[in-house]
Design a protein around this ligand. Sequence first.
Ligand SMILES: Nc1ncnc2c1ncn2[C@@H]1O[C@H](COP(=O)(O)OP(=O)(O)O)[C@@H](O)[C@H]1O
Ligand SMILES: [Mg+2]
Length: 583
Amino acid sequence: MGSTVSRIQVLPEELANKIAAGEVVERPASVVKELVENALDAGAGSIVVEIRDGGRRLISVEDDGEGMGPEDALLAFQRHATSKIARPEDLYAIRTLGFRGEALPSIAAVSRVTLTTRRRGDPEGFRVDLEGGVIQRAEAAGCPVGTGLVVRDLFFNMPARRKFLRGAKSETDHIAEVVGRAALGVEDISFRLSAGGRELFRVSGNGGLKERIAGLFGRSLLETLIPVERTWGEMGLKGWISRPDTTRATAREILVFINGRPVRDRVVLHALLEAFRFMGPRDRYPVAVLFLEIPPSGVDVNVHPAKHEVRFVDGAAVHQLVSYGCRAALEAAGIPEAGQGKDPSSDFQSMPTPSQRVAQTAWPAESWDKHHFRSQEAPLRLIPFPASEQGLARLPLVGQFHRSYIVLDGGDELILVDQHAAHERIVFHRLQTEIRRGTASFQRLLVPQVVELPPRKGRVLEKHMDSLRSLGVEVELFGEGSAVVKGLPPHLKDVEMVQMIRDLVDELAEMPSSRCMEQGLDRLLIVLACHGAVRAGQTLESDEMRHLLEELDRVPGARTCPHGRPVVGRFPLSAIEKMFHRR
Ligand SMILES: Nc1ncnc2c1ncn2[C@@H]1O[C@H](COP(=O)(O)OP(=O)(O)O)[C@@H](O)[C@H]1O
Ligand SMILES: [Mg+2]
């Protein structure tokens, strides 16, 4: 076999730095983020940021932190040079914002940098000039205590990257967002940002968090925000959230800090949306500033080169802390529960689940990462059926597929109906309507059924017996853990009783308190509907399918099941023809 000689080479440092820069330095705002983080890590009390031309021409960040001696000032530009960790195990106890030792070399590799720095007590300071990562000059210099970094001509040696930068205005906005966020994470440090000599943002070190939020969101919004505070074990949650009637079209105003680090985290976002799920209008996001304190060993910060993602050791615990904390805060603020005062069914039915919404959420200012959130586009795609279209029962029935889907001929589209999801939606709607009208009924079981529960769950059941009765579920408790089910809503037939009661108790156990009951009831109804609905895998006769479709047509806007999964999907003829190369 002919040999192709391929040799492994260590990349020249300049090149390696440029590659790392691709991860860390996406745009001027990422430079600002890294330099501000360094200033914060250095214990600054005041941070002054100045930019020109959206940061493309100049970024300057000055702090009054601990400064560096001459040796450190030179070392700082070497790859993986950091004063913040020394041993692998330090990665699990990170209290600083930085730790990778990559920012300064990466920034220096793609710009012209001047560093001036002086430690307190040193008679003079030190200055280093670099161009494209190569040191041009290093010498003693007079300067105040602290550190100043001036970054000029970003990407001057990477024309392709330079071309991708947006206009000055847009880059300035991103920088303002980065500085505003950084300021939120720390209460007692003053910040100033100016662009082309004009001041854009300023907070003093003693106005407290509220001043910072007002600076970012405006004072009138601040006044409507609801405080959140909750601890759980060693974890703590603090912050503010908007009332459900104050919403935004994007997640831009959901700011999350973990141990002071601004992050974009899906677990926290999901939990927050979950807390708002039955309240706010769909497709909208609340405003929130949330600070989570988690022991450093419980969170891995070494996940993303730009450090804005983290991984939790116990994500479920974090999720519960956030979702209960926010729900309890809404409750305490006397927010009317789910759907009161508006037509509950219309809002609820087309509400995507928090998971779907998290998947759809692209965090702003991070175009780099957006593709992570976009779903893969399959060539033949199931398109959700519009809620406005009814009349499924009138379409020619093709049959049942996989004993789970009803297949319909929609003329210029092939239509599939998920039988379980459809029935679930129907049962849910019936139960919900009756309960809201106060006409919920129950049917006595011919033979009461006994369900054994662990004592802890028995106590939960006992506490909520009345709410179950209001749903038409009649239960009595014998001893610590034996429940006897005597009656059920008439719509539920052939249910797996044991599993259903256990699921109900699990939901009950999760409910923060009886004051959330309306929202809680919906969750219980979902359990009932799920158990009461025909299963996937169950053969249906034509008339059963037709009957189901007729009922589905009567449920307004029923295009998702109560869990938020689609009920009806369609394959357009055009897509099918494409698949067979007819077009
Ligand atoms: N503003 C600053 N004040 C004092 N020291 C700094 C400052 N910026 C950087 N340094 C020093 O330079 C080192 C390298 O910085 P950087 O490349 O951002 O890596 P990291 O922050 O991950 O350690 C830091 O560990 C710190 O010791
Ligand atoms: Mg750093």
